[in-house]
Write a protein that binds this ligand. Sequence first.
Ligand code: PMT
Length: 396
Amino acid sequence: MMQGKNIAIGITGGIAAYKACDLVSRLKQMGANVKVAMTQAATEFVTPLTLQSLSGNPVVTGMFDRPAQWEIEHIAMAKWADLFVVAPTTANLIGKLAAGIADDFLSTTLLATRAPIYLAPAMNTQMYTHPVVQANMQKLRELGVQFIEPVTGRLACGDVGPGKMADVDVILTTLENAFERVQDYLGRRVLITAGPTREAIDPVRYLSNHSSGKMGYALARAAVRRGAAVTLISGPVALEPPAGLEKLIRVESADEMYRAVIDHYQEQDFVIMAAAVADYKPKTLSGQKIKKTAEPFVIEFVKNIDILAELGKSKMQQKLIGFAAETQNLEEYARAKLLQKNLDLIVANDLTQEGAGFGVDTNIVKLIDRYGKIEDVPLMSKSDLGDFLLDKIKQL
Ligand code: PMT
């Protein structure tokens, strides 16, 4: 699987840099072409000569290594790479990439490449859990960068906690999976809905829910990366849309979402409804701001159209994937939705579990298919879950 693949390895300054030697050596043994770029700090931990011998290619350590060529060199490496891995990745590199800073060979090349980027962070626990580092990582995830999460263990400084670089075996498996998945959705059309809907009460108020759009956007990002033509229909969220979408349609209400979905339904191969669509809307929309008067103040609601149920009635080649967000009887309610809406798969999240559901960067779900098969999917980032679900969905 690695045979003939061009893999660029970035190494930054951390004690785990010694593991990069093993990574490079094993990739070579697997038949990959490997080029290495090191930061100055990385050269304090391992020598460029070691990496040059292991990779069989010159190692770049600075923008001005070869004055006549440097400008070409970083673009050349950026274009050459089928995949870019930085192991170990320091908080500094994460911060620079998140801010678009390109002040050395590695950061410049990472900005210039359009190859998938995988970062394997390694740092002290206090640094890793610092809100700034976590926010930078989240920003990068939203932009499509993949993280090979560090593990909990004894760190070089003696502390015990998360921040230890993932094992080389784990990094290699992640890269193999990445190649296996690369472009496996090429030629497929995928419609994804994400985020909440807003049901207007009057010109200043609405009824909505806590969906952040993270789950749907993660799915859209993964599907784009894997070659699908993705139409993302999004309720109001504060997220950067993934690059490379075929279409992004922003909507507010369930009715608007319904119309956008129906307009694009026919040509799709897969429809994944991750949006949290409001079940009800106010019976009447007040043209003017409603004034504060006596209590109780009563608003009458009517049912919104059930988008998925409508799609289920006119299903042709499309595979329909729904989500179920529940606070009780997860399996029972999810299974009922699967049948009522004529779905091929339902992804059920239990909103009472920590790390699952609205707003958070992770999820814990149960998959239920038409034949009653149930699969428990443990806690993972929404980004990883996006890939995991696409692996399942392509088998439907
Ligand atoms: O956005 P995040 O903060 O990342 O959170 C993710 C999530 C919790 C929103 C997501 O994982 C999720 O569960 N989305 C579905 C939420 C929901 O509306 O579930 P439901 O059980 O009410 O609806 C079942 C299915 O029918 C859903 O696929 C929904 O999109 C669809 N539906 C619901 C109502 C409606 N009128 N039309 C629909 O199509």
